[in-house]
Structures are given as structure tokens and as C-alpha cells.
Ligand binder design. Structure first.
Ligand SMILES: O=C(O)CCC(=O)C(=O)O
Ligand SMILES: [Fe+2]
Length: 303
């Protein structure tokens, strides 16, 4: 059976669903070219009803570029530095109260690795264990976000940079519209956060980036990890950041409830993602690859 390709949703500006893809398909250069085109043109691909296992996840990821080891070593999968394991479990979970509801495993809207100068180009994500509720991965298209901006705002943000840094959720005022309180920080998160100051100095990335293959502009704003506009007066920066993050957080999103026989690939230079919280007595395990790339627009700032 050949694999099939269809749009993710008639209501969304991004995404394809590919059904039935297998190892023998991705050995063919024509198939690999098609997959790379969907990645860049559609931003997200949901793989269903095909091969799903760790080797295939790694080999599929390599269609899009070499893989790299994630700079946060706490999440490396033992013996497989190219694969990270993201676990929320009762004995290792960041617990938050979000709008009055207590849960674990939340992640605000973000671009992966936006807190370093070289942002990876993408990843392939797979669920190893799902929760009974929550654990929904959301995706927002930043090309669509840019297109929907008023023209005067498009002009105003051209040439501006945002400063980003790794840090705890409460450091990032633009991450969510929800009321958020940290109840407990996961053991595994604490190590990276403790080293954040020395190992992860602040970086700057342009607020607008042009996708080289298509010429489309991307609103390059990751609400999680974003601090302020580089070089701008604090109150002016706050007002602009508020306006832009409100726009992003109110954008159309795809919300994916996982089953174990699926994988999602995304273009991390374009798609934001987030994770909703799960019950704190449950375990959710995800694994992701990190596809290398450098859009060469990030820069390290003095610590
Ligand atoms: O756990 C998820 O669904 C996504 C986690 C995430 O942010 C990532 O894989 O980059
Ligand atoms: Fe992520």
C-alpha cells in the first residue's frame, strides 16, 4: 500500500497528515524530497497508520538533516544522545497551579532552543506513554501569525531583535494569559536551571525572519523564554511585547491528543508548540529528535 497525504485540517494554514509511511518509502530519494517539501511548505506533518518505532523515528528525522545532541544533558536518552526523553512522572514533575487547577508537565508556547544562538530546524516527536487527561501538544503557525499582523505593526517590528534566556516559567511574562504559580520544580529541571546563568547566556533573535525557500515572513516570537526587545526602553518594549504575544496567543492552533502509534514532525523555525498539564499522579513520556540547522541570525549577548 502506498502512503497517502492529506491536509491536517481545512481550517488551518499549516499541516499535512501522512498515512502508511514505512522504512522502504524513506529509502527513496523522491519520497525524501517530497517529505522535505511538506516540512518547509506545511510546517508540520502528522504520521499515522505507518511504521512507528525508535529506529524509524531516527531515520525519518535524518531525512531532514543531521541530528544533534540537545544542550540540556538531563533529558538525553541513555546511550542515544540524538534522542531526548521528556518525562512527567509523580516522582519527577514540575507542578503548577494554572488558573486554579493543579497539574504537571505544562510547557508554554515556545520555539525549541530559542535560548541558544543556533536554533535547531526541527524535530520528530513520539509518545511512549500517554496520560488519561491533558498532555495535549499545541501548534501555532508563525507565518500565519505574521500575515495576520496589521501593516503598521509589520513595519514597526522589522529589524528588531528579542532577547531570550533559559529560566523558570515565572521569568517570562509573555508566555501565557493564564494565572500561573509554581508549586514544585522537577528535580530534572533544576539542574539545567541552576546552570542556566553560566551555560546559557542571553541571546538575541530577529523578530521577523524570512523563510529562504519560499520568501514568506515568519513572526519569530517564542512567548516562553522571551524577555524584552533588544535595546528598547523597558516600558516601550513591554507594551510591544504584550501586543505581539497577545496576537500570537490568540492565533489559530492545532491541539494534538496523542496515541502511541503516531509521530509529529515540525519546522521549529516556524511552528510554536506547547503542552497542557496532566494529573500529577500520572506519567507521560515523550521522545524527540533534534534536527540540526542554523538560520545564522541568532547571536550570543554578554551574560
Ligand atoms: O511533550 C510534548 O508534547 C512536547 C514537548 C516539547 O516541547 C518538545 O518536544 O520540544
Ligand atoms: Fe519543545
Amino acid at each position: 500500500m502506498p502512503y497517502s497525504v492529506e491536509p491536517l485540517s481545512p481550517d488551518l494554514s499549516f499541516g499535512k497528515i501522512i498515512r502508511g509511511l514505512t522504512s522502504s518509502d524513506i529509502e527513496q530519494e523522491l519520497v525524501r524530497e517530497d517529505l522535505r517539501r511538506y516540512w518547509v511548505e506545511d510546517g508540520l506533518v502528522l504520521f499515522r497508520d505507518g511504521e512507528v518505532n525508535e529506529d524509524f523515528q531516527l531515520n525519518l528525522s535524518r531525512v531532514f538533516g543531521p541530528l544533534e545532541a540537545h544542550p540540556v544533558k538531563e533529558i538525553h536518552t541513555q546511550g542515544k544522545p540524538e534522542l531526548i526523553t521528556l518525562t512527567s512522572a509523580p516522582d519527577d514533575v514540575t507542578i503548577l497551579e494554572i488558573d486554579g487547577e493543579i497539574g504537571g508537565g505544562f510547557l508554554g508556547w515556545h520555539t525549541d532552543l530559542v535560548y541558544v544562538d543556533r536554533i535547531n530546524h526541527g524535530g520528530v516527536l513520539r509518545a511512549l506513554q500517554t496520560s488519561s487527561r491533558g498532555g495535549i501538544t499545541g501548534f501555532i503557525d508563525q507565518i500565519n501569525c505574521y500575515e495576520r499582523l496589521p501593516e503598521d505593526l509589520k513595519e514597526r517590528i522589522e529589524g528588531l531583535d528579542i532577547v531570550y534566556q533559559l529560566g523558570p516559567f515565572t521569568k517570562f511574562p509573555y508566555m501565557t494569559h493564564s494565572r500561573l504559580r509554581i508549586i514544585q520544580e522537577a528535580e530534572s529541571a533544576r539542574g539545567a536551571l541552576d546552570r542556566a546563568k553560566s551555560e546559557f547566556p542571553p541571546v538575541a533573535h530577529p523578530l521577523v525572519f524570512t523563510q529562504p525557500e519560499t520568501g514568506r515572513k515568519v513572526l519569530n516570537l517564542s512567548p516562553f523564554f522571551a524577555l524584552h526587545i533588544d535595546g528598547m526602553d523597558a516600558s516601550e518594549s513591554d507594551a510591544l511585547m504584550r501586543q505581539l504575544s497577545d496576537h500570537v496567543l490568540n492565533s489559530p492552533a492545532y491541539h494534538h491528543a496523542w496515541s502511541l502509534d503516531e509521530m509529529i514532525l515540525w519546522d521549529n523555525w516556524r511552528m510554536l508548540h506547547s503542552v497542557s498539564q496532566i494529573p500529577i499522579d500520572e506519567t507521560r513520556i515523550m521522545q524527540r529528535t533534534t534536527i540540526t540547522g542554523d538560520y545564522a541570525k541568532g547571536r550570543k549577548l554578554a551574560a
